[in-house]
Design a protein around this ligand. Structure first.
Ligand SMILES: N[C@@H](CCC(=O)N[C@@H](CS)C(=O)NCC(=O)O)C(=O)O
Length: 215
């Protein structure tokens, strides 16, 4: 498998964690989102992913090369193809809770602070992109924590790592990056601390990737 991704892209990071948790080796293919206007906008990359976003997972299945994008679709594919260890609970209701929390981040937070959105807020609307990002992240994390209170154990849903935790860790990194005060989010940062020591999470961390830029 080859993962076309970027070190501090939260969506890429989700897939790196899931691949690591499932023990799946992958080749790291960096896609620089900023340098020279962004490699995601090149014809070569658009042929793999017309949405011009990372991640894209490239792999061969039954003799054909596939390019799968949309991080949650990739997580679902990995879960079905490589079910152990499970990243969704067996119980249908708890699975729905995991998906609900994941979607809060996937469709309710990340798209609003995505690079191309923030770039337009700044360039076209002459707005404060950092304040814009922080606003949507805070609003989303407040909802996320209230929702997670229904199910949290050691992790977001019970005591097993799930998609929700896989989405949470990069989301909190992005929150800090945009100056969000995480002190009101005790439940979320407690789950983050529980994940932090797990090897799969450690290896997937943005700062440890080959294309990471030291602070
Ligand atoms: N829903 C997509 C979102 C992908 C996405 O927005 N990726 C960001 C990085 S986290 C990106 O590539 N942004 C590039 C840009 O906005 O130009 C997914 O989950 O994969």
């Amino acid at each position: 498998m080859r993962l076309h991704n970027y070190w501090r892209s939260s969506c890429s990071w989700r897939v790196r964690i899931a691949l690591n948790l499932k023990g799946l080796a992958f080749e790291y293919v960096p896609v620089h989102l900023v340098k020279d206007g962004g490699a995601q906008h090149t014809d070569a990359y658009r042929a793999l992913n017309p949405m011009r976003t990372v991640p894209t997972l490239e792999f061969t299945h039954e003799g054909r090369v596939h390019f799968l994008s949309q991080s949650l679709a990739i997580l679902e594919y990995l879960e079905e193809r490589y079910p152990s260890p499970a990243l969704l609970p067996a119980d249908p209701l708890l699975r729905a809770h995991v998906r609900m929390l994941s979607e809060v981040m996937n469709s309710g937070i990340q798209p609003l602070h995505n690079l191309s959105v923030a770039q337009r807020v700044k360039a076209e609307l002459k707005g404060d992109d950092k304040a814009w990002n922080a606003y949507w992240i805070e609003r989303g994390l407040t909802a996320l924590q209230a929702l997670a209170e229904q199910t949290a154990g050691r992790y977001c849903v019970g005591d097993e790592v799930s998609f929700a935790d896989v989405c949470l860790i990069p989301q909190l990194y992005a929150a800090r990056r945009f100056g969000v005060d995480l002190s009101p989010y005790g439940l979320l940062t407690r789950v983050e601390a529980a994940c932090a020591g797990l090897p799969a999470f450690l290896a997937a961390h943005a700062d440890r990737q080959p294309d990471a830029v030291p602070a």
